[in-house]
Ligand binder design. Sequence first.
Ligand code: ATP
Length: 222
Amino acid sequence: MPEPGPLGLFGGTFDPVHLGHLRLAEEAREALGLASVRWIPAGQPPHRGAPRLSGAHRLAMVRLAVAGNPAFQVDGAEVESTGPSYTVTTLERLRQELGPEQPLVLLLGADAFAGLPGWHRWQALLGLAHLVVLHRPGYPLASEVLAPELGQLLAARQAGDPARLAGAPAGAILALPMTQLDISATHIRQLLAAGRSARYLLPPAVLDYIDQHQLYRNKSNP
Ligand code: ATP
């Protein structure tokens, strides 16, 4: 069934989920008038190293993080599937489920956008969804630093106005400012491995889960 507004899709390893992710989804939802945001933790992301934690733990933490926000939903299909996770395959599944008219908006931090040319069938993504790129500290969105094919795509498909996204099912790129939070899962893993506090970087319920299960304590490979 189609949703009554553009549907936001937010993928990531979420290893662990943190306040940078939550603010990104909340600010995008508000700025773009999204009906809701579906969080899609990756199973085995093929374009980067294996996540530290199992999909089950990462999914459980995302569920705890978004609990209480009725506009946030969690899609566990990538974690539950046994094959590699490809965003393009997930978008094809959602397009099938929601029909050809539903505006879909893939939310990406600027670092993820810069890495897009390494993704499986990345050029098919814009045929399936709009791309909204959120600014992130340390990752400028300037064409000088983007791969040439990405810079060209950005110039050709850039939608200045968020309202345009609701008028088409897919195909536009929008850069969106957000409160700049220099938080990364890598840094959180490093803090926890060093026995240091990660409080106020991620939701208390997620930190409690990490403590209860004694996660990220191993100093190797944070
Ligand atoms: P890691 O440090 O393990 O690479 P991460 O903190 O970048 O993890 P991911 O799960 O890889 O988190 O990110 C999911 C999505 O959220 C990506 O599109 C990423 O660009 C975006 N993102 C993560 N943290 C931030 C942040 N602080 N500000 C803006 N975007 C972010």
